[in-house]
Design a binder for this molecule. Structure first.
Ligand SMILES: *[C@@H]1O[C@H](CO)[C@@H](O)[C@H](O)[C@H]1NC(C)=O
Ligand SMILES: *[C@@H]1O[C@H](CO)[C@@H](O)[C@H](O)[C@H]1NC(C)=O
Ligand SMILES: *[C@@H]1O[C@H](CO)[C@@H](O)[C@H](O)[C@H]1NC(C)=O
Ligand SMILES: *[C@@H]1O[C@H](CO)[C@@H](O)[C@H](O)[C@H]1NC(C)=O
Ligand SMILES: *[C@@H]1O[C@H](CO)[C@@H](O)[C@H](O)[C@H]1NC(C)=O
Ligand SMILES: *[C@@H]1O[C@H](CO)[C@@H](O)[C@H](O)[C@H]1NC(C)=O
Ligand SMILES: *[C@@H]1O[C@H](CO)[C@@H](O)[C@H](O)[C@H]1NC(C)=O
Ligand SMILES: *[C@@H]1O[C@H](CO)[C@@H](O)[C@H](O)[C@H]1NC(C)=O
Ligand SMILES: *[C@@H]1O[C@H](CO)[C@@H](O)[C@H](O)[C@H]1NC(C)=O
Ligand SMILES: *[C@@H]1O[C@H](CO)[C@@H](O)[C@H](O)[C@H]1NC(C)=O
Ligand SMILES: *[C@@H]1O[C@H](CO)[C@@H](O)[C@H](O)[C@H]1NC(C)=O
Ligand SMILES: *[C@@H]1O[C@H](CO)[C@@H](O)[C@H](O)[C@H]1NC(C)=O
Length: 789
């Protein structure tokens, strides 16, 4: 069926090859030929034999750029620009064809190579196809502009896998603009706004050929057929503008990703040298508003006749009222929301019909249309809600890719601050405040007043409590020779004793902790097996602090924590003695193939670990942030109960080094560290929640969070793979056909995704994690994960 087009295409290629070989040698450009924008001194361009294309300097801004254009009496159509994002050059530069560096632009500041060539060039030519080529001694092409397209391809030109077209800023400015058309590795040709995350929801147009594979090329034939084709000769024709050539004229076809983001096929007809015409034969999208990113953040696009205009959402204003494409910002701050008891009173809801936008919601609630507004008012995170199909989907700012379209029935609800409540008018007589407003202001004042009062009391309490604790520790540790032995059943060992117990530190346990090596030993007398950890990276000296920390750790007793039996401190030698865990670490259990624990076992481990962390965070006397939760630090005892080790040690690292030490570990522990570690932000208990989330996902899928040996690139990063599977409703992929309870799996996946949110405030507390894991608390749909930098 498709053989006719294929035959035609082959014909097209034959014609093309033919055109190429009929190279007009009388227009060859020889070595040392040069151009300059200063036409009084030199010529400023080289023409193709047909005289339709020119290579050389064209005016750009207040200077010149080097490029190729299609000649027209009235207006140049720029096809290609060298170094498009560089500044315009002045009128006294010279462009020369050199032997060793190809085309060389000589400016006052120095010389810039326009074409990177690996072998000496001998000549160059501006071909009738619009391709500028450099030849070597044997007339073989060593460089061609067709290989480096900017926003346009011409007849005979290809776009191969990994190539892209990037639109220009405007018709008169060829610098890189806002849109990108990518020939993807999978064979799909997709248009995105540049600097987006290039995720599926960012794309606004594609050929849907994602099964064509990496050999796929986009080609525009000389006859004007725009098509995709792969090695298997599967062809998809996008446009066919093969105009019959009635009157001996020349026709040039050009496909351009225009500055407005739409990919178009143009036909230029040159009937006689005087008369030419330009037609748009095909346009990828009929409607400008469908181009994502055409209007900036927090604005939406609407069509007015053939024009598209950008508008701000209710109570938003333009970032730049002169250039409305740059988006909008909210004209009020939302800070008040979290500070008042009933935030709903501060706001009202504005409604827009037939609205849609991109991005994922952070929460989806099944509800009736009339309840959406209320849901948003009650939630400080909510900026707007989109109601579709009996669901209120909640969004935060910024809102992307908005547009009105008569074809969507969705209704948008925007949270808008009630008139001038937070900033009462200054000059206009304050006595005109109505009674109700006065009441509201009073309520607010009382609320804020009492909140700050409470804060004050709390801080005083905290201060005294802290003083008290410090005092107590000091007294304890000063209590000659550690009276704490009896108090907390923590033993002090001598170094000799431990050396003997471990047989001279002979048997090092696998997977040593980040603080130093761990050795197996046996206590003399009893048959008790112990694990002795030699602290290597901790602060020098500081005996008192060390003892204080040990005292604190001695009070931690929990089923899901490895028990500290005692310690040794002699000079710079610091050792900790723990219960020995006979069944190794969770890392061994999960990542060593063949040992994949059964589903029920994994669910139990997840809960055990969560309970251990909750104890550290909230239940033990001195609250502890673990800072280093990872499968290597989760050990299994002889009854296969998971126990967390290495807790409470982060404090022992030199104060300003703890961050760097955490980073030194990047090779092994990087993926478990919450983003705030890299950002130098405050570390809170939520950093542990993040690490727990990663461990939870690993536990569910029995694989490491970063795995190179996977069938497809999407699966390398566990978190995004899980997120994608979750959104696509394909959770079964995660467990490889294992017999699991899907309700539980979905619940645990949701918990994991909430835990690894970039914003610590969004991550749940460990208490809620446990409630959600146990199924006693409902779990909203987790928001989209921000791409990992
Ligand atoms: C393009 O159109 C011409 C004339 O309309 C037709 O003969 C030709 O088969 C078409 N080519 C392809 C590849 O569809
Ligand atoms: C080659 O170039 C010369 C001079 O520009 C022109 O007269 C001639 O027609 C060209 N020949 C072909 C085949 O294009
Ligand atoms: C152009 O070249 C001429 C002759 O070399 C020179 O006199 C003139 O100053 C140049 N103009 C500019 C703008 O560089
Ligand atoms: C072209 O656009 C870029 C990016 O907006 C800008 O930096 C540059 O100055 C513009 N160039 C001219 C000649 O207007
Ligand atoms: C080329 O010139 C003609 C008039 O000579 C004009 O109508 C046409 O729009 C021009 N084409 C382009 C692409 O500028
Ligand atoms: C475009 O692709 C075709 C088929 O692979 C090839 O024959 C042709 O040389 C390519 N054109 C250019 C300019 O590389
Ligand atoms: C894209 O990001 C780069 C680097 O941050 C920036 O220079 C460029 O202006 C951005 N482009 C657009 C269209 O926002
Ligand atoms: C594109 O070109 C084809 C072939 O000449 C023609 O049939 C078609 O109507 C043209 N489309 C437009 C929109 O001009
Ligand atoms: C096309 O060229 C042929 C031969 O060169 C000539 O006889 C014919 O009149 C030309 N047609 C037109 C429309 O110019
Ligand atoms: C080109 O246009 C000029 C005036 O616009 C006219 O005098 C001349 O005859 C035209 N030449 C051709 C070949 O059409
Ligand atoms: C709405 O749908 C109709 C029919 O599907 C279509 O013709 C029209 O262009 C669409 N309107 C918009 C604004 O997308
Ligand atoms: C707030 O008050 C000012 C001054 O009275 C007025 O110009 C502005 O429109 C008011 N804003 C709202 C949202 O009502």
């Amino acid at each position: 069926m498709s053989s006719i087009p294929i035959l035609l295409l082959m014909l097209v290629f034959l014609l093309y090859v033919d055109a190429n070989t009929r190279q007009n040698h009388s227009t060859l450009i020889h070595l040392d030929s040069s151009l300059s924008p200063n036409v009084t001194a030199k010529r400023s361009s080289w023409l193709s034999p047909s005289g339709l294309f020119a290579f050389g300097f064209y005016p750009q801004g207040d200077g010149f750029a080097v490029g190729i254009w299609l000649i027209n009496q009235t207006e140049k159509t720029i096809i290609w620009t060298a170094n498009r994002d560089g500044p315009p050059v002045s009128s006294n530069v010279v462009l020369q064809l050199t032997r060793d560096r190809g085309l060389l632009l000589q400016t006052e500041q120095g010389s810039v190579a326009i074409s990177a060539v690996e072998e000496p060039s001998a000549s160059a030519a501006m071909l009738d196809s619009g391709n500028f080529v450099l030849y070597n001694q044997d007339s073989r092409v060593i460089w061609e502009s067709f290989k480096f397209p900017t926003d346009t391809i011409l007849g005979g030109q290809n776009l191969s896998a990994e190539d892209e077209l990037v639109s220009s800023v405007s018709k008169h400015n060829q610098s890189s603009g806002q849109f990108s058309l990518r020939m993807q590795e999978d064979g799909n040709l997709v248009a995105y706004p540049v600097n987006s995350s290039y995720a599926q929801y960012d794309s606004y147009w594609s050929t849907g050929t994602d099964n064509y594979g990496s050999s796929t090329q986009l080609t525009l034939s000389h006859l004007g057929v725009l098509f995709l084709r792969n090695d298997a000769l599967v062809v998809r024709v996008l446009a066919n503008s093969s105009y019959p050539n009635k009157n001996n004229g020349t026709i040039i076809h050009r496909a351009t990703l225009d500055a407005d983001g739409i990919f178009r096929l143009y036909v230029h007809r040159f009937e006689s040298f005087n008369s030419s015409s330009t037609l748009v034969n095909w346009s990828a999208l009929p409607n400008q508003c469908e181009v994502n990113g055409f209007c900036g953040l927090n604005s939406y696009c609407s069509s007015e006749g053939s024009k598209a205009v950008c508008n701000c959402y209710p109570s938003f204003v333009f970032v730049n009222p002169i250039n409305k494409f740059q988006g909008c910002y909210r004209s009020f701050t939302n800070d008040g929301c979290r500070q008042v008891k009933e935030p709903a009173m501060l706001y009202r809801i504005d409604i827009l019909e037939n609205m849609r936008w991109g991005d994922y919601p952070y929460s989806v609630v099944p509800a009736k249309k009339e309840d959406c507004g209320k849901l948003c008012l009650e939630d400080c995170n909510c900026a707007a809600i989109l109601y579709t199909n009996d669901h209120c989907t909640k969004y935060k700012l910024p809102l992307r890719y908005g547009r009105v379209s008569e074809n969507t029935s969705a209704t948008a609800f925007f949270k808008v601050i009630t008139k001038n409540i937070t900033t009462p008018p200054v000059s206009i007589a304050p006595e005109v405040l109505t009674e109700s407003k006065r009441g509201l202001v009073l309520t607010l004042a009382i609320c804020l007043g009492s909140i700050s009062c409470l804060c004050f009391i709390f801080s005083i309490y905290s201060f005294f409590r802290y003083k008290h604790q410090v005092f107590r520790y000091r007294r304890l540790s000063e209590n000659a020779n550690l009276g704490l032995i009896e108090d907390f059943t923590l033993r002090t060992f001598s170094y000799n004793e431990l050396e003997k117990a471990t047989d001279g530190f002979r048997e090092e346990l696998m997977g040593s902790s980040s603080f130093g090596a761990v050795y197996k030993g046996t206590l003399p007398g009893g048959n008790k097996t112990i694990a002795v950890k030699r602290l290597e990276k901790v602060v020098e000296g500081g005996q008192q602090e060390f003892k204080a920390e040990m005292t604190a750790l001695a009070r931690t007793h929990h089923r899901n924590l490895v028990r500290l039996l005692g310690f040794c401190i002699e000079g710079s030698k610091k050792l900790l003695v723990y219960d020995y865990m006979s069944n190794g670490s969770l890392a061994d259990l999960l990542f060593k193939s063949g040992l994949r624990p059964i589903w029920k076992e994994r669910v139990k481990i997840a809960l055990d670990v969560a309970r251990g962390i909750l104890y550290l965070h909230e239940e033990c006397e001195v609250h502890i942030i673990h800072c280093n939760i990872k499968p290597q630090n989760i050990l299994m005892d002889d009854t296969w109960t998971a126990k967390i080790s290495d807790f409470g040690l982060a404090k022992l690292l030199p104060r300003n080094q703890s961050r760097t030490t955490m980073r030194v570990e990047e090779t092994t522990g990087y993926s478990y560290l919450a983003p705030e570690w890299q950002k130098n932000a405050l570390i809170s208990v939520k950093a542990d929640t993040y690490s727990f989330g990663i461990v939870l996902l690993e536990l569910l899928c029995c694989r490491s969070s970063i795995e190179i040996n996977v069938p497809s690139a999407d699966e390398i990063l566990l978190s995004s793979w899980v997120y994608n599977c979750f959104m696509a409703g394909e959770l079964d992929k995660l467990v490889q056909g294992e017999n699991v309870d899907f309700m539980t799996l979905e619940r645990m996946v949701k918990v994991g995704l909430w835990c690894i949110q970039e914003d610590p405030a969004l991550r749940p507390s460990m208490k809620n994690v446990i409630l959600m894991l146990e199924g006693t608390m409902d779990i909203p749909i987790p928001p989209i994960l921000s791409p990992v930098a």
